[in-house]
Design a protein around this ligand. Sequence first.
Ligand SMILES: Cc1ncc(COP(=O)(O)O)c(C=O)c1O
Ligand SMILES: N[C@@H](CCOP(=O)(O)O)C(=O)O
Length: 466
Amino acid sequence: MQYISTRGSAPRLGFEDVTLAGLASDGGLYVPESWPSFSTAEIAAMRGLSYVDTAVAVMKPFVAGALDEAELKKLCEAAYGRFSHAAVVPLKQLDHRQWLMELFHGPTLAFKDVALQLLGLLFERFLARRDTHLTVIGATSGDTGSAAIDALAGRAKVDIFMLHPKGRVSEVQRRQMTTVLAPNVHNIAIEGSFDDAQALVKAMFADADFASRFNLSAVNSINWARLMAQVVYYFYAGAQLGAPDRPVAFSVPTGNFGDVFAGYVAAKMGLPIAKLIVATNVNDILHRALSAGDYSVGTVTPTAAPSMDIQVSSNFERLLFDLHGRDGPALSASMKGFEASRRLDIPQAMRAEAAALFSSTRVDADRMQLAMRWAHDKAHEVIDPHSAIGLAAAQDSDLDPSVPIVTLATAHPAKFGDAVERATGIRPTLPARIGGLFERQERYAVLPAEIGAIEGFVADTAAAAV
Ligand SMILES: Cc1ncc(COP(=O)(O)O)c(C=O)c1O
Ligand SMILES: N[C@@H](CCOP(=O)(O)O)C(=O)O
């Protein structure tokens, strides 16, 4: 399998190089040269498979040329062996048509573990073959950070620098990152928003001297391998609910458009998906873009679902690439215009094409709380604010009532204990494996959201390590 950049001018790469590169050298994102697809018989054969076997079946075409089936299976067994539920991502029925897929049984209690546990092992495997040191740079609104740190802490040949917006992640989220004291882990709280942090990461990649001097790589969903691993659970849920004979819809709490883009990939690969519901909080750029063509950046409003307090959604570029007929130079021009003016108008024809698969809903704080209460009172489930945004959008959808809707439950409720308690009166407890979080020492730097300050910190840290 070969991969191409959405901006058309970076070199075509195989899976191993794409994984280690993270972002393409022309500023674009890597995507497979063509979408692999499964026949209905192949999808039917996924019914009853374990999560690991589903993962191997779904990811095999993407890793071709870099890993054989036995190697892939070994990595999946190691990654998903660390999940605390035997089903890895269990599916729960809430009422006659609403389902919840719990993606938070990994080591750091959010869906990010599904991809990052595997990505950590992929880095290790690929670096073992090379005499190279990798500097991983990431931005987090709360969950990617701890999942990436858990996956990379203590690994040889890798340092990780993780930027989070100071004071805008929950205390549990911050402590999950900053109490990891492994010498290769470096947390930075920046004076700004997640969008500022993400822009700084991209600026470091765009600084060609810096990027090659430190051999930068990415753990955010700009890295293709992240999305590849997330495609698996759409097939896993779909097969359990009757695919390929019955279409299924998914409601996806959305910020950086990575998780829902993985659903788009599953649809491209042949999974019958009736609709992908893009559920946003009041930071609603994606809802405006999909419903009215208005992809313009507003100011970020802090909410009770802080991991989704995002305006610039990196992976939207991957969808725009397909909507531009995979014309890299045309998309590159559009994205440069967007970067300069902070707005992009999505033409009606592209919106109509997207609407065949995507719908979108903006969920405000009151509606989110109502969904949390409904889940607790009617379905006896305590859910987190992000998952509640997905559930609210699923409940408000006007889809054919015979279609089951799976809401992706993206985080454990205990990560957002205050918000859950406000809505339901219940204070969820952290699983024992996270215990002691509040007693442990924290270590992090606080820096302004300026490229010079961050690059200087990375360079000084690297020099001190020599
Ligand atoms: C708990 C949670 N839910 C939903 C999202 C949104 O996912 P995505 O950025 O893939 O759209 C995030 C952050 O990415 C998150 O941490
Ligand atoms: N919500 C995310 C934001 C970064 O998203 P990613 O999927 O691109 O890593 C977070 O928790 O950090």
